[in-house]
Design a binder for this molecule. Structure first.
Ligand code: UDP
Ligand code: MG
Length: 311
């Protein structure tokens, strides 16, 4: 039977957290009185995660498991879960109960009201260091600035998606997919429900600083071409600044203040460097075009059609 609701859960070395999550989510989903499935995606765990999942799947047919050949990362695991999920509404959630499962019915209510994407918005983030909170804020602000997208504040991967959004996300042809960025990119009717983020139920974070930096770098490159055009902008600015400096020197000379020869060299060196940056920037503009084409993203996404035959 096709599920009405799917819960997609990426897991990496979570043998302790999975049983706690399972005990918490089942009563919440049972209470909805509609068919549901929990799709666990085992992201190449090295501990007993797969065994724990197999045992759960054995005793409960609502539990479905997809297992990776190695660790591909949380983003890949979530998108894989979307491929396998059959629900009309699909929730993505971490396994560590930092995102409270009790919020899912509230998200479903919003979905029933007609929203296509419901973000879980964190009011408080317990158990996270000040460093993590501040760096993630700065990073998201930067990503928003360079991508030109409106990325909702204080939301993570805990979200509900309508089937049509899942199908849209599934059809994104690019390899490197970043959920927060693409959710902002696809549009549709979006809203938020608020919650207080808990501490982890068990185990430790699976994100080392190195892994976080890698994710930040990848998401910036897949959501923005701003770094590519930076040299063009700096070059044009440099040209302008060296011209202003040159003219200032000329005016000063006319007023009788003659600067030493080394000072006169400055605008010329700056001008040459700026010209190099501009030529590099022009190449990058073409590279940018190529990059955008290679992403092969749809040029638009139609939400609804009315009075057409295949409506
Ligand atoms: N996760 C994953 N693959 C990874 C890292 C994490 O599937 O390479 C899963 C992890 O098991 C958890 C979710 O992604 O369900 C979020 O990870 P975590 O709680 O460690 O991140 P944090 O909350 O510390 O940012
Ligand atoms: Mg966590």
């Amino acid at each position: 039977m096709k599920a009405k609701y799917s819960v997609v859960v990426p897991v990496y070395n979570e043998q302790e957290a999975i049983p706690i999550f399972y005990e918490a989510i089942c009563p919440v989903m049972d209470k909805l009185n509609e068919p549901y499935e929990i799709v666990f995606v085992n992201d190449g765990s090295k501990d007993n995660t797969l065994k724990v999942l197999e045992e759960l799947a054995d005793k409960n047919k609502n539990v479905k498991v997809v297992s990776f050949s190695r660790n591909f990362g949380q983003q890949a695991a979530i998108f894989c879960g979307f491929e396998y999920a059959t629900g009309e509404a699909v929730v993505s959630i971490d396994v560590d109960l930092q995102d409270p499962v009790e919020v899912i019915p509230l998200m479903i209510e919003k979905w029933k009201e007609g929203f296509d994407i419901v973000h879980g918005k964190r009011l408080k983030r317990k158990g996270e260091t000040f460093f993590k909170k501040i760096t993630s804020k700065i990073y998201l602000k930067f990503l928003e600035m360079i991508s030109g997208l409106k990325i909702p504040k204080d939301v993570g991967e805990f979200k509900l998606f309508d089937r049509k959004v899942i199908d849209t996300l599934k059809n994104m042809p690019e390899h490197e997919r970043y959920l927060r960025g693409l959710t902002a990119w696809v549009g549709f009717k979006q809203t938020q429900v608020e919650f207080v983020r808990n501490e982890r139920s068990a185990g430790v974070t699976k994100y080392s600083i190195k892994k976080l930096l890698k994710l930040a770098g990848k998401s910036i490159i897949s959501m923005s071409t701003w770094p590519l055009t930076l040299s063009l902008k700096v070059g044009v600015l440099g040209c302008f600044a060296s011209l202003v400096a040159f003219l200032t020197f000329v005016i000063l000379a006319c007023c009788g203040i003659v600067l030493p020869l080394t000072a006169w060299l400055f605008p010329f060196i700056a001008l040459s460097v700026s010209c190099l940056l501009i030529s590099n920037g022009i190449s990058n503009v073409y590279l940018k075009k190529n990059f955008e084409e290679s992403l092969n993203r749809p040029r638009f996404i139609v939400d609804k059609v009315i009075n057409f035959l295949n409506e």
